[in-house]
Ligand binder design. Structure first.
Ligand SMILES: Cc1cc2nc3c(=O)[nH]c(=O)nc-3n(C[C@H](O)[C@H](O)[C@H](O)COP(=O)(O)OP(=O)(O)OC[C@H]3O[C@@H](n4cnc5c(N)ncnc54)[C@H](O)[C@@H]3O)c2cc1C
Length: 478
């Protein structure tokens, strides 16, 4: 008898989504999160349609759509400047699809290269949803608390684990101001209470420092300690591309359109956000290799500006604002924005499952944030793994086919986990390739070459079938 069916290390979007999808099906879960409080720094803002479908399954899709901004189209523009200037501030007929960008909004000296209309997408979500990751996680956390108020334990760090014949023993430490007292009963735990599913909790009292589970899922991010403990390599490449991003009040007039400014110095991207804000992302000049991911830690994958060559931290806004003005013709106001520098890398584990321990999300695969597919990849991992774990648990609990036989996971579950791993790593490879292409398109290029390349891309994307295929590919549906 174990304390819970599934223990999950990490309450990022991947871990929370998995916990909800399991709890909805009556599986007992504990999510152990080392941070005492949710993070306040927004990383991901883009949710692609397949990720939104997972949020629908988790019961928070409608709330997310309500809180976010639907990005219905995107436009690629040539920025102003001696080399980039090829237009006069108007949208030339034939370069963009009707309705995707309003003439007059592009800025002086800026011209449209191509546009993309997400209205052509299949399925219920014909847009990319812009919602800060903090908001997405808050919705998931609320939903999990409704299903099982005791499922998420903050301030608890997974330190080690030991797989055995019945599952895994997880060793934890009470790192922050979390719900556990060292050696005592967790704060807020009702020792003999009922779960929201109406059955007694699997373990009335969790001993601080240890927990047993049938399965352990490492959803502990790019610096995953679970991955390290399994001894799995995290192979790939660190890209030379570095970016700086910040959110500013939206004065562009672009509305729900995402704008990519292609400039000889490097790309600037601009996305709508809720609350009249806009996220700006600018490629930094130069091509420093990104450092390898730190081992365990509490950071968020973003490097501080001082790690890059460039302005000092107190001059970040000034430097970013000047870059945006030079490459796009738009101006931004500081208004409390906190610019952040981040590097890019593409890494994967060779397999995502090892006996009763499974990795999902960034712990298993890291893709460049340029292209914005990391969170959606993790949500899809969660959705697919939930079904496999439910089936495996039903078998060992005595309700499914082949009930009650063998260890966890049994041969059928192992085979299902192997297929899951192969499928999800293929998806991560494809997302990594797409993100790489996005980065290559945004690299610095002499003006004449940039114009020639972009005219060719514009002509290609202008064709209906190519446009629709690119739109599906860009939104993870191709
Ligand atoms: C600048 C930037 C912009 C991005 N933009 C996008 C975007 O627009 N769209 C998109 O899809 N993706 C984007 N991403 C990627 C996205 O943020 C990640 O893919 C996503 O956060 C991965 O979720 P996760 O749950 O797998 O891991 P994480 O979000 O990293 O969560 C892991 C959690 O595990 C916890 N943890 C770690 N170790 C332990 C331990 N030992 N014990 C307990 N808890 C532990 C951590 O505290 C953390 O809360 C971006 C990333 C960056 C850096």
């Amino acid at each position: 008898m174990t304390d819970v069916d599934v223990a999950i290390a990490g309450a990022g979007p991947s871990g929370l989504a998995l916990a909800i999808l399991l709890a909805q099906r009556g599986v007992s879960v504990r999510v152990l999160e080392e941070r005492a409080q949710p993070g306040t720094h927004s990383r991901a803002i883009g949710l692609h349609p397949p990720g939104l479908e997972v949020l629908d399954l988790a019961g928070v899709g409608a709330a997310a759509v309500e809180a976010g901004v639907r990005i219905t189209s995107g436009v690629a523009l040539h920025g102003p400047g001696p080399d980039g200037a090829v237009g006069s501030g108007t949208v030339r007929p034939g370069t963009v699809r009707p309705g995707t960008v309003r003439p007059g909004t592009v800025g002086p000296g800026v011209s449209a290269v191509a546009s993309m209309d997400f209205g052509v997408l299949p399925g219920p979500h014909r847009y990319v949803l812009a919602l800060p990751q903090t908001a997405t996680q808050a919705l998931l956390e609320e939903r999990l608390a409704l299903l099982d108020p005791g499922a998420l334990r903050r301030g608890i760090r997974v330190e080690a684990f030991h797989p055995g014949p019945d599952g895994v023993c997880v060793r934890t430490s009470a790192g922050g101001a979390g719900p556990f007292r060292e050696g005592g009963t967790p704060h807020g735990e009702t020792p003999h209470g009922e779960t929201p599913h109406g059955r007694p909790p699997v373990s009335p009292v969790l001993t601080a420092g240890s927990l047993t589970a049938r399965f352990l899922v490492g959803a502990d991010g790019v610096r995953s300690g679970t991955r390290d403990a399994l001894g799995l390599p995290f192979r790939g490449v660190a890209h030379p591309d570095r970016y700086v991003m910040a959110d500013y009040p939206d004065t562009t007039g672009f509305g729900p359109t995402a704008a990519l400014f292609l400039h000889p110095e490097g790309i600037v991207e601009s996305f709508p956000l809720p609350g009249g804000q806009r996220r700006w992302v600018a490629r930094l000049p130069g091509g420093r290799a990104t450092p390898p991911p730190p081992r365990n830690g509490t950071g968020d994958g973003s490097a501080p500006w001082e790690a890059a060559e460039g302005p000092a931290p107190d001059r970040l806004h000034e430097a970013l604002a000047a870059t945006i003005a030079r490459r796009t013709g738009h101006s931004v106001e500081e208004a409390g924005a906190v610019p952040t520098v981040f590097g890019t890398a593409r890494r994967r584990v060779p397999r995502m499952a090892d006996g009763p321990v499974v990795l999902i999300g960034d712990a298993a695969h890291e893709v460049s944030p340029i292209g914005g597919q990391g969170m959606t990849l993790g949500l899809l991992d969660a959705a697919q793994l939930a079904g496999i774990l439910c089936a495996a648990l039903a078998t060992t609990r005595g309700t499914g086919r082949g009930a009650g036989r063998g260890a966890v996971p049994d041969a059928a579950a192992r085979a299902a986990l192997e297929r899951f791993s192969a499928r999800r790593l293929r998806a991560a490879r494809a997302a990594g390739r797409a993100a790489h292409l996005n980065m290559v398109l945004g690299r610095p290029l002499p003006g004449a070459l940039l114009r020639g390349r972009d005219r060719a891309i514009g002509a290609l994307v202008g064709r209906g079938a190519v446009h629709d295929a690119v739109a599906r590919h860009f939104t993870m549906q191709g």
